[in-house]
Design a protein around this ligand. Structure first.
Ligand code: ATP
Length: 517
């Protein structure tokens, strides 16, 4: 039985509609729900449904395997969300983990001042790119993009504008000169996207950490924070892990866990949440070698992303020109979400800042004795930090496809990398009678100890195929009357929709092969 179903992409909706469709799809098929939806939801907090939880778990495991299992000098920990309040003093979060916020008096909408300015810069960059595209079309093969960017007067003028904005804005922000920060927004004539007005309030600093009290009595209770990043749990355990694991530099400590930030602007679905999950790794190195490790991890992390089969054009590096006070190099891996290229992962060379600060605030010596150099030092750190939820969104949005088939029908399919798919195989008896369900259950029992499988007997086989296309199940296995005679089933491939008749004994190896590829 082979269906002629070569698919071609139908006109995908424009980016904004596409993003809305993805969000609706995520809800309809049990990937992501608004938290507390029953009570009209809680802003920027989300729950993962039955398929989302599996997809998220698979991404987490893939990261853990590549970082911890495949590297014998990287170990994983699981530190608590609550930490001693002094940790956040030492790390600088109590004093400096702020975002500059500004309100529009007409729309009453709140914005991050830096995001307003970054968006303005992105618009100017957009103009430059349009200019380059136009010229590329005009000149054809003879086009020298580098030369064009370096000499075209309009490009140069726009580049100078960007440079000028950056030179004014970031030093003002860093110096905490909020009046000057506001003035940049006024001078650039930035308008509120909702009201269209330039009626702005003053800029204020807003600390992003959530706090709560620990202890039952008011006199002995103390304010503690919900961690805004998982990294500090690694730093404060550096000595424990290094000693008990007898780790030799260079070595890494990895961790996956929840982090909490009271984000000012929490839009764009699970891109920016108030409760989210991070996958972080701190790599401890000999001072002076950090740049080499920084380059190594930039390259390694990009390879990890590309190993998932998502086109390279969806990713780019963004090197930071303005560095945090503790960093001597930093880059983001940006992903082309349907709302533009945005940070997905950060790779930072954090020097010895964090360990030094913990040394200072705890009064304990945090050093490594390097037997090769015969000296002790505070190790330098190169960190890789990726948001699990952002990775989930990247995977979800790059896998979501609206297709029109040759026979005129349409389908939504999620071309998820097979190893990440929530369900690896659907076991479907053609009819719910004649002993087909029993046979299908037998296959299910055989496969389920190794793979997440789903058994379904409701609805027509076509509808069941569509449902599994929509959640990204790589294989549908159909049990029919012939199965009872010769022990064969049809196995349908999600992407090609091609069906093959195979012996039941081959199913396990077919699935295993697919997950490896
Ligand atoms: P952004 O500039 O987008 O606020 P950031 O630079 O503050 O992010 P980091 O502190 O470097 O982010 O955190 C590391 C990673 O954690 C980010 O690359 C991102 O994937 C993820 N992350 C940070 N904040 C959030 C959030 N509010 N919701 C979901 N993921 C987040």
């Amino acid at each position: 039985m082979e269906l002629k179903t070569k698919a071609y992409f139908c006109h995908m909706a424009n980016n904004e509609d596409l993003f809305k469709n993805i969000i609706a799809h995520a809800k309809e098929y049990g990937f992501v729900f608004q938290s507390s939806e029953l009570y009209d939801g809680l802003s920027a907090v989300y729950d993962y449904g039955q398929n989302g939880a599996e997809l998220k778990r698979n991404i987490r495991e893939y990261w853990w395997k590549s970082m911890v299992q495949f590297n014998d000098n990287i170990v994983g920990i699981d530190s608590a969300i609550f930490m001693h309040p002094t940790v956040w003093k030492a790390s600088g979060h109590v004093d400096a983990f702020n975002d500059p916020l500004i309100d529009n008096k007409d729309s009453k909408k709140r914005y991050r001042a830096d995001v307003l300015v970054e968006d303005h810069i992105a618009k100017i960059e957009g103009k430059i790119n349009k200019e380059v595209e136009k010229a590329a079309k005009r000149f054809g093969d003879a086009f020298d993009e580098k030369q064009f960017r370096e000499t075209n007067p309009r490009v140069l003028e726009n580049l100078a504008k960007i440079e000028d904005i950056r030179n004014r804005f970031f030093p003002a922000l860093e110096a905490g000169d909020l009046e000057a920060v506001r003035q940049v927004i006024i001078d650039l004539e930035i308008v509120c996207p909702v009201s269209g007005s330039r009626n702005w309030t003053d800029v204020r600093q807003f600390n992003l950490m959530f706090s709560t009290n620990m202890g039952s009595l008011s006199e002995d209770s103390s304010v503690i924070y919900l961690r805004p990043e998982t990294a500090q749990g690694i730093f404060v355990n550096y000595l424990n892990v290094q000693k008990t694991g007898r780790m030799k530099i260079p070595f890494g400590i990895a961790q996956v866990g929840k982090a909490f930030r009271n984000e000012i602007v929490a839009r764009q679905f699970i891109f920016r949440m108030r409760e989210f999950e991070q996958m972080e790794m701190q790599y401890f190195v000999r001072p002076g070698t950090e740049m080499q490790w920084y380059e190594h991890w930039k390259e390694t992390r990009m390879k990890w992303h590309l190993s998932l089969g998502i086109p390279a054009s969806k990713y780019r590096f963004h090197d930071h020109d303005k560095l945090a006070h503790y960093a001597n190099a930093a880059a983001d891996i940006e992903f082309d979400f349907s709302f533009g290229f945005k940070e997905l992962e950060g790779i930072h060379s954090r020097t010895d800042f964090d360990l030094n600060r913990h040394q200072e605030f705890s009064g304990r010596k945090i050093q490594y004795f390097d037997p090769e150099l015969n000296e002790s030092y505070v190790p330098y750190v190169v960190e890789t930090s990726i948001g699990l939820d952002r990775m989930f969104l990247a995977i979800l949005s790059s896998s979501y496809k609206e297709e029109k088939l040759e026979d005129g029908s349409e389908r939504v399919v999620m071309n998820l990398p097979a190893m990440l798919a929530p369900c690896k195989a659907a076991i479907l008896p053609l009819m719910a009678k004649d002993g087909l369900p029993e046979k299908a259950r037998e296959i299910m029992d055989f496969l389920k100890s190794d793979y997440m499988c789903q058994y379904e007997e409701k609805d027509s086989i076509g509808k069941r195929y569509r449902r599994h296309d929509a959640i990204g199940t790589p294989y549908c296995i159909t049990v029919d009357h012939q199965t009872l005679e010769d022990n064969t089933v049809t196995i349908r491939d999600r992407d090609t929709m091609k069906q093959d008749r195979v012996n039941i004994d081959r199913l396990e190896s077919i699935i295993r092969e697919k997950l490896r590829s």
